[in-house]
Design a protein around this ligand. Structure first.
Ligand code: PEP
Length: 245
């Protein structure tokens, strides 16, 4: 059961190659004691060099363009990320939604392009604090899911529930609230497409060494998306090596 949890490191725009490779070297040397499946999502500029050197680590990207090729200066397609050994692509992260105005229409195309490239999308959804205060969290998540997820897809996807107010803030929902939301997400996506019935629903937002144990011990939290705590090797390693009771 332990092996079923998926832990994703979102490094965001951090590390130069030297520090990133020191981190990966340490993780590689500890692989036998790591209890959970994990993925590292470095900045795109570092992925090809890291994935060539550390071919036992699973790497993912933090974003992609929805077209395969074209005049999109600065962008990378899912096919290109696959070409440098990515297996997963995070999409719909709240920072992309906020700083690049990514919306349901764009995200629907991105998810389709990731699936078409035979990669797994890690689709981030979550409410901001005003939506939460108004009691509209489920309505908000329903909108994000129903308007983006493909109805006839047979390939694997991953969902990350990341309340925006919890990201980088040191605040998290209670485990009971996360569980209720994850069960809600499961019920919604199963109705969108029965193939999604075994989809992993991760939690993300201010995960640390202590609270990760509570989250990982819950059967309805299938893993974690970790931002800040994935940048410190000892912290991330202790999350990865936690053995579920
Ligand atoms: C994130 O940005 O995906 C995230 C979960 O960040 P943090 O863990 O730092 O809150």
């Amino acid at each position: 059961m332990n092996k079923d949890k998926l832990i994703v490191a979102n490094w965001k725009m951090n590390f130069l190659y030297n520090n990133a490779s020191i981190f990966c070297k340490k993780i590689s040397s500890k692989r036998k004691s790591i209890k959970n499946k994990f993925i590292i999502c470095p900045p795109t500029a570092l992925i090809s060099k890291l994935s060539l050197r550390f071919n036992k680590i699973t790497f993912g990207a933090q974003d992609c363009h929805y077209e395969k090729f074209g005049a999109f200066t600065g962008d990378n397609s899912a096919a290109m990320l696959k070409n440098i050994n990515c297996k997963y692509i995070i999409t719909g992260h709240s920072e992309r939604r906020k700083f690049y105005n990514e919306n349901n229409v764009i995200l629907k195309k991105k998810i389709k392009s990731i699936i078409n490239a035979n990669l797994v999308p890690i689709f981030c959804i979550g409410e901001d604090i005003s939506v939460k205060r108004k009691g509209n969290t489920k309505k908000h998540l329903l909108n994000q899911l129903i308007n983006v997820l493909p109805k006839n897809n047979k390939k694997k996807i991953v969902i990350a529930y990341e309340p925006i107010w919890a990201i980088g803030s040191g605040k998290t929902p209670k485990i009971e609230e996360i569980e209720e939301i994850n069960l809600y997400i499961k019920s919604v996506i199963r109705k969108i497409n029965t193939n999604y019935k075994n989809t992993k629903i991760l939690y993300g937002g201010s995960v640390n060494k202590e609270n990760s144990k509570i989250f990982l011990n819950n059967n309805n939290v299938n893993g974690l998306l970790v931002g800040g705590s994935s940048l410190d090797f000892n912290t991330f390693y202790s999350i990865l090596s936690y053995k579920i009771l």
